[in-house]
Design a protein around this ligand. Sequence first.
Ligand SMILES: *Cc1c(COP(=O)(O)O)cnc(C)c1O
Ligand SMILES: [Zn+2]
Length: 412
Amino acid sequence: MSFVKGLQCRECKREYPKDPVHVCEFCFGPLEVNYDYEGIQKVLTRKKIESRPPNMWRYKELLPIDEDPIVGLYVGWTPLIKVKNLAKALGMNNLYIKNDAVNHPTLSFKDRVVCVAVSKAREFGYDTVGCASTGNLANSVAAHAAEAGMKSYIFIPADLERGKVLGTLIYGTNLVGVHGNYDEVNRLCSEIGAKYHWAFVNINIRPYYGDGSKSFGYEIVEQLGWRTPDNVVVPVAGSSLITKIHKSFKEFKDLGLIEKADCKIFAAQATGCAPVTTAIKNRTDVIRPVKPNTIAKSIAIGNPADGYYGVKTVSETGGWGEDVTDDEIIDGMKLLAQTEGVFTETAGGVTVAVTRKLIQQGRIKPDELTVISITGNGLKTREAIEKSVGEAGIIEPTLAAFEAFFSNLKNH
Ligand SMILES: *Cc1c(COP(=O)(O)O)cnc(C)c1O
Ligand SMILES: [Zn+2]
C-alpha cells in the first residue's frame, strides 16, 4: 500500500496528481511528493523498520512508489563507519563517514535515486528511460534499465572519465557523448524529453527520483542509534542530495521517530565549480551559474536545478559552504585512503578536504558528532590520481633483485 497522495508545488503549494511532471504550471516552482504523514505515523515504528532487511526499502512508506519496487532491491544500508585514524589526522573526537562508495550495484549514492525512478517509470507505463549525467547517474540508470529489461538513452559530457564511460557501456545502453558541459547536456535532454515519450529520471521523473536520496539521511539517523549527527558534510552538484538529507531528518522528527532534528548541514564543492558555496559565502540565495572546470566531474554542475534550495538548507540549519582546489581534492582522496583504507572518487575528496577546512575555520568543533558523506568510488576516477600516487617498483623474479630494491627503499 502506498502513502503517496500526489505532488505539490514547493512554492505555491498547489496540488497535482501523481504524474510524470516536475514543474508547477502556475509559478514554475519544483514539484515535490506529498505523503500522507498521518497514515504513515500510524504504522511506522523504529521496531518495524529495524525488523526489515538491510536495504533502503526498509523505509518504503516514505518512498514514492505505489507498488513493490521492480529493481534495486539491495540498494542502500551502506556502512556508517566511526573513523579513528582520520579523526586523529583532523583533530576530531567523534567522526564518521557514510560510505556510499560501496553502494550496490554501481558504487555511488545514485543507485538510491535510480531504483526509485526506474520503478516509478515502469508504474507510469514507460518502456524507455534516460538521463543527463555527470557519470555516476549514467552508470546507475544503465544498470537498473538492464535489470528492468527497459531501453535506455544516456547523455553525458563527451570528456568524462573512462571508468564512468566503460561502467555505463557494459550494460548495453545507448550512450551519447555530447560536446558540451553537463548544463548543455541537460538542456538538450529537456528538448529531447519534450519530443520523445521517455522517462528522463532527473527531468520529468525528478520529484520521485529525488526522494530516493532521503534514504541516505534515514540510514545515518538509524545507524547512529536514532539520532541526527551535529554536523553532516555533503558534496553538492544539483543540490538534490543535500536538500533531501535535510528533509529526511525533518520527516523522522515529525513522525516522532526521533526527538530533535537539529543538525548543521554543510555544502562541499570544488573551487572550479562552486555556484552554491559561493552564494552561501556571499550570503545570498541568488545562484550565479558558472562554467565548470574541475577534476570533480561528478559534481560539476554550473547551473544547479535545486541550488536555491541547497543554499536555503544550509542557512536554515546553521551550516556553511566551502570549496577546495583540485590539488586539495587529490589530498583529500589520499588522506581518506591512507587513514581508513577507503578509496573514494573525486567527489569524496571534495567532502574530506572541505571538512578539513571547516574544522580549521572552527565551524566544526572537535567534540561534535560529524558525518562526512562519501558518495562515490575511486576506481571510477583513476585519471585524477594517476600522477600523484607513484608507480609500482618493477623487479626481476629473484631474491637478489628484491634485496637490491629493498635496500634502495631503505635509503630513501
Ligand atoms: C550526483 C553526485 C553527487 C551530488 O548530487 P546532487 O545533484 O547534488 O544530488 C554527489 N556525489 C556524487 C559522487 C555524485 O555522483
Ligand atoms: Zn507553484
